[in-house]
Design a binder for this molecule. Sequence first.
Ligand SMILES: CC(C)(COP(=O)(O)OP(=O)(O)OC[C@H]1O[C@@H](n2cnc3c(N)ncnc32)[C@H](O)[C@@H]1OP(=O)(O)O)[C@@H](O)C(=O)NCCC(=O)NCCS
Length: 333
Amino acid sequence: MKRPVAYVAGTGKGVPAKVMTNHDFAALGLETDHNWIVERTGIVERHIARDDETTCTMAAEASREAMAKAGVGPGEIDCIILSTATPDRLLPATAVDLQAEIGATRASAFDISAACSGWIYGMTVAEGLIQSGVVETALVVSAEKMSAIVDWKDRSTCVLFGDGAGAVVLKRNKTAHASNKGILSAFMRSDGTLAELLWRPSGGAKVPFSAGVLDDRSTFLKMAGREVFKHAVRSMSEACDRALDGAKLRGDDIDVLIPHQANVRIIEATAKYANISMDKVYVNVDRYGNTSSASIPIALDEAIVSGRVKEGTTALFVAFGAGFTWGSMVIRF
Ligand SMILES: CC(C)(COP(=O)(O)OP(=O)(O)OC[C@H]1O[C@@H](n2cnc3c(N)ncnc32)[C@H](O)[C@@H]1OP(=O)(O)O)[C@@H](O)C(=O)NCCC(=O)NCCS
């Protein structure tokens, strides 16, 4: 494929107002402490949705902001791709609720399930649809209500996650080859043999939801933390190489690395491998925790608002998540 064919025209985020600090877990009767969480993960606080804040409402807030910044009305969106591990219901997709909510009447809309790598997957699919000529303007949204699926009695997982949404308007780049602005490379990979290291064992068609799955807590997120950590570092390192190779760039050429925000130690190990110094890495896991696929577009929006990403910036994005799935992308702004 001759790149770039698509560029980021606008970004937005939708984050619940309610903040939960590490100290607040004591009130839930959970035996944990602030220092343990900060030392192992870098997380200080996270945003938690109210009952009436859903994956769709957070996605809509992020989408409206992204469309406003892109100067694109809802009627101009050809396709909505929503990545989530927490759809508001199993059928139909949350993307169609979002379509109705924002009034994107001309759009096709569907969900992508690729866990924390969902934004990279969604962007790559959107780029392909733009390249094929099917789509001119895509809305790629990642929205996650992780608080609805974590086990609040399991201290090894519930302290890690947070809620939120991020959105990007991706447009066909009509002057792409002249300006060299847009997606320069993309890489995606999965390994389903490792699915059970990070998963929800029940609640789907194989083991349908019932009172029993609440009793045995199998409908909540389960994770083998240490195993996930090792695979995350290895896979994100590989993904950095692949995206850099695809863009014919080296670590030195990257102005900003925006990794999936799961854990600051994973981020540091990935940056070191990619030969990118930490002062070039955007980190906000301390304030949001792991918002799954929403973490990268939330970070990107903040990086643009704060001026870390501006016209001419070359950014590397890298993610890893349940599946396992992983992927990366280089974008020039
Ligand atoms: C989850 C993670 C922070 C745990 O850190 P760890 O050093 O691997 O810790 P372990 O799971 O080995 O547990 C060590 C001890 O801490 C305890 N512990 C676990 N969670 C705790 C918490 N929130 N507070 C205090 N103690 C905790 C464990 O029970 C264990 O105690 P024990 O030795 O008495 O059995 C770490 O494995 C990790 O970050 N993994 C990657 C997770 C991730 O980012 N996943 C998403 C990828 S998209």
